[in-house]
Design a protein around this ligand. Structure first.
Ligand code: GDP
Ligand code: MG
Length: 176
């Protein structure tokens, strides 16, 4: 195409949401392309990094912050999401209570984050399961009300995961 030069970006994405919703599995699926049904609660690092190239050829070095067993709502210090360009708030579509925690997290972000450009995305994870409790329509209507990206994801069956991280990254770039 040749319209303008490619740029390099570097930013931080944090994952939030109840324990067990699949945050670590989503990160590992995205970064390593792997899935482990017995995923341990910690990946032993504050963050992992991954480089992606967008459709228009920009390079993003993404720092992905996963929680290590501090998921209990508000146990997480605001320091965790400080300076984040985006937050991916995850819930398990087969567990209604995790949907409510997701909404609490969004509320917390809206209250505490001064950066109006914070990108918020909702991962409706375990969308491969048939015992869904939270419908797609319901999740979408919430997402629309807060102007968030939303995607059905499955770390297990590998759908929506790369799409989610790419959509988030492209929105981050647009706001820069
Ligand atoms: P975290 O506590 O939010 O980090 O959750 P984990 O990533 O440790 O995932 C908890 C468990 O949920 C995993 O051990 C998997 O067995 C299961 N799990 C994670 N993602 C999926 C998914 O997309 N589909 C299904 N069916 N199970 C998943
Ligand atoms: Mg985890």
């Amino acid at each position: 195409e040749g319209s303008g030069e490619q740029k390099n970006y570097e930013f931080k994405i944090v994952l939030l949401g109840d324990r067990g919703v699949g945050k670590t599995c989503l990160v590992l699926r995205f970064i390593e392309g792997l899935y482990n049904a017995r995923q341990q609660s910690t990946i032993g690092a504050f963050f992992l990094t991954k480089k992606i190239v967008t459709a228009r050829g920009d390079t993003c070095k993404i720092q992905i912050w996963d929680t290590a067993g501090q998921e209990r709502f508000r146990a997480m210090a605001p320091m965790y999401y400080r300076n984040a360009a985006a937050a991916i708030v995850c819930f398990d579509v087969t567990d209604e209570s995790t949907f409510n925690t997701m909404k609490d997290w969004v509320e917390e972000l809206k209250t505490n984050v001064v950066d109006k450009n914070l990108v918020i995305a909702i991962a409706c994870n375990k969308a491969d399961l048939e015992t869904r409790q939270v419908s797609r329509a319901r999740a979408e209507s919430f997402a629309r009300s807060i102007d968030a990206i939303i995607l059905d994801t499955s770390a297990k069956e590998n759908f929506g995961v790369t799409e989610l991280f790419v959509a988030v990254s492209e929105q981050v770039i647009q706001l820069r």
